[in-house]
Design a protein around this ligand. Structure first.
Ligand code: NAP
Length: 294
């Protein structure tokens, strides 16, 4: 039995044609993005005739892409590097969270009225809540990194009720700027903050093949830590192996990837995202056979 929302979408598709539920991903590079597969799996599981396509849009061309979104009447866009900041100044409305970050990763087109949203921070939080039963209230966090992912996570954690966030980053200036995003509960910290932290997050590329190394020394992990590496390729970094070895709870970047896309699906369709179907659609791409996904 199709839901009322699915029936509404079907009527819109019949009336407006395929653009009514066509979405895209803009970025450069974008060809290896898993987002179209996540979106398509969601549309299929929801019984919607939607589609999602990757579009390579070079730096400086976000305005043209947004004109196309309006002109063609697409339902929305996922936005990745290098356009996350530029799109905020090109739409009709910006969510509070995206405004605080001055960056967005999702655009929604309501009959020509465009709004910009950010789903990375909430995606991480929802993934930990749903998959581990984690609750942010009263928790102390250390975030390693000061780039776009770190800022999104800091913004989300501070809004969710985490009581203390210490930011550790290579360059002091970006650490300060990222900490400012989290308001009064957030400050620039150091490795000494790890001991009392509940949640430790790597939001740097350190641990990927092209950037080997450890974001923090693994000797500092303790069993009470929830350790999250936002990296999802490789599925298990040396840092996460160190966390598991110290009997901490270790989580890779897959759940955040999944849930940030799930929230985008909900923004576009108004329907609860079918997370299991979305996870199955990308599982083969993320976890090499026999690997421990962390
Ligand atoms: P970004 O904006 O380029 O920021 C990278 C940050 O890492 C910067 O703060 C940078 O420090 C730091 N960094 C880079 N190389 C370093 C090194 N060799 N040593 C120490 N610090 C280093 O990147 P981003 O978009 O925030 O992405 C960061 C990571 O998160 C990437 O691995 C990305 O794949 C991952 N991510 C995952 C998801 C997910 O859904 N799981 C979503 C978004 C991002 P400086 O400020 O000193 O340059």
């Amino acid at each position: 039995m199709p839901s009322a929302t699915a029936e509404r979408w079907q009527r819109q598709l019949d009336a407006a044609g395929p653009a009514a539920l066509t979405v895209g991903v803009i970025g450069d590079p974008v060809t290896h993005s898993l987002s179209p597969q996540l979106h398509m799996a969601a549309f299929a599981a929801l019984g919607l005739a939607g589609r999602s396509l990757p579009f390579t849009v070079p730096a400086g061309k976000a305005a043209e892409a947004i004109d196309t979104l309006r002109t063609l009447g697409l339902r929305g866009l996922s936005v990745t590097m290098p356009h996350k900041e530029a799109v905020v100044g090109l739409v009709d409305a910006v969510s509070e969270a995206a405004g605080r970050l001055a960056a967005a990763n999702c655009l929604v087109n309501d009959d020509g009225y465009l709004s910009a949203h950010t789903t990375d921070g909430d995606g991480l939080i929802r993934s930990l809540e749903q998959e581990l039963g984690w609750a942010p209230a009263g928790q102390k966090a250390v975030v390693v990194g000061g780039g776009g992912a770190a800022r999104a996570v800091i913004e989300g954690l501070s809004r969710a009720g985490v009581t203390e966030i210490a930011v550790i980053n290579r360059s002091a200036q970006r650490a300060e700027a990222a900490a400012a995003v989290g308001g009064p509960v957030t400050r620039v910290g150091g490795l000494e903050d790890l001991g009392s932290a509940d949640l430790v997050i790597n939001a740097t590329p350190v641990g990927m093949a092209e950037s080997p190394g450890l974001p923090t020394p693994i000797e500092l992990f303790r069993p009470h830590h929830l350790v999250v590496d936002l990296i999802y390729q490789p599925a298990t970094t040396e840092w996460l192996r160190g966390a598991a070895g110290a009997k901490a709870t270790a989580v890779n970047g897959v759940p955040m990837l999944l849930y940030q896309a799930a929230i985008q699906i909900e923004l576009w369709t108004g329907m609860p995202a079918p997370v299991a179907a979305m996870r199955a659609a990308v599982a083969d791409h993320l976890t090499p056979p026999g690997a421990n996904s962390g």
